[in-house]
Design a protein. Structure first.
Length: 357
């Protein structure tokens, strides 16, 4: 492990030198990748230096034990240094785990109403509000990309872009089926109904090189936008629908008055969906040889239940139940996301141990 860490230390010095060059920002994509790598390496190297200081302190304390007058002090210093070294070793093991290359990317968050009709659409609106509140707590930027509103409120489908540090790493386990149990406002008998929405979290693709889309494989249609918007909506063909013919993926954007802007947004979402599709196909091949994962991204997997009468939220993947439903719906997701991250980290450590064995 030490040889690997020394290699990363040298690589950080190379990246720092590269970023300090006069031409560093000439290629913005390369600059962004290098900055991302620098941030990742700096965290590991800083921990490595802390580990080396703890080991050095431990060695010094062991040498001091030869002096009878300093033995008690040396024992105390040795114990403290050993604890620090053990703590840094554990942290280094976690930092050296295989990293998801998408962790620092921005995301497209897609929410679709599922079973449950109007109540499902209303719940989609509640989920959107929950994620927007969470993003606000993280000081992330959000941008509505596309929305199909339902007649009674809420959304049949809504896509929002969330931009901020570590957005994908925090939200990537949210993909799947979210189920709600509550009494709808339209229910006269007070009966509890169950409905569901599907959430998909897609890492944003880089503008260049990340996803190669052949223009010949696209069908682009323009049409008049529908829904709220007044007279403009009825007169201008500003809405854009892009179909990727090989995969059948369809993306539609109509929220902007500019056809050019809607087309640009639709292409961004299409690139993210294609990137996500390829990633999930690769994960499926790998999962055939490994255990099932926390958050495989399977859209049909029921991952969480929001039970309003009992005020509880249950994540079925890690058997975690929290009796703080209102706080969660207000965007307090940290406890859920921390638990999911810890479970995934434990799995990776276990797999690392199995591979080593």
């Amino acid at each position: 492990m030490q040889a690997r860490l020394e290699q990363l230390e040298r690589r950080l010095a190379e990246v720092n030198l590269m970023l300090s060059g006069e031409d560093a920002a000439r290629d913005l994509e390369a600059f962004r990748r290098a900055s991302r790598e620098q941030a990742e390496l700096a965290q590991v190297v800083e921990c490595f230096h802390a580990w080396k200081r703890a080991v050095s302190d431990l060695q010094t304390a062991e040498q001091m034990r030869a002096d009878p007058e300093l033995r008690a002090f040396a024992d105390e210093e040795s114990s403290a240094a050993a604890a620090r070294a053990e703590e840094q070793t554990a942290l280094l093991q976690r930092l050296l785990l295989p990293r998801d290359p998408n962790d620092e990317r921005n995301v497209f968050l897609e929410i679709r109403a599922g079973t449950g009709g109007d109540e499902s659409a209303l719940f989609a609106g509640d989920l959107l509000r929950m994620y927007l509140r969470f993003a606000e707590r993280q000081h992330w930027r959000t941008e509505l990309m596309s929305a199909s509103e339902s007649e009674l409120g809420g959304y049949k489908e809504v896509i929002v872009r969330i931009a901020g540090e570590g957005a994908y790493s925090r939200l990537k386990f949210e993909s799947g089926v979210h189920r709600v149990q509550r009494v709808p406002e339209t229910e006269a008998q007070g009966r509890i109904h169950t409905s569901a929405c599907t959430v998909a979290v897609l890492p944003e693709a880089d503008a260049v090189g990340d996803v190669d889309i052949d223009p010949e494989e696209l069908r682009i249609d323009v049409f008049r936008a529908s829904g709220a918007g007044g007279q403009h909506v009825n007169k201008t063909e500003s809405a854009v629908r892009i179909t990727h013919l090989p995969t059948g993926i369809v993306v539609e954007c109509q929220d902007d008055r500019s056809q050019h802007r809607n087309r640009e947004r639709a292409m961004q979402v299409l690139a993210a969906r294609l990137k996500d599709r390829r990633t999930r196909e690769a994960q499926a091949r790998e999962a055939a040889q490994r255990k099932s994962l926390v958050g495989t991204g399977d859209r049909s997997e029921r991952i969480r239940t929001y039970n309003f009468p009992q005020g509880r939220v249950t994540d079925h993947r890690i058997n975690l139940t929290l009796y703080k439903l209102q706080q969660v719906m207000d965007g307090d997701l940290d406890e859920l996301l921390d638990a999911l991250g810890a479970e995934n980290q434990a799995r990776l450590l276990a797999e690392l141990g199995e591979d080593a064995a």
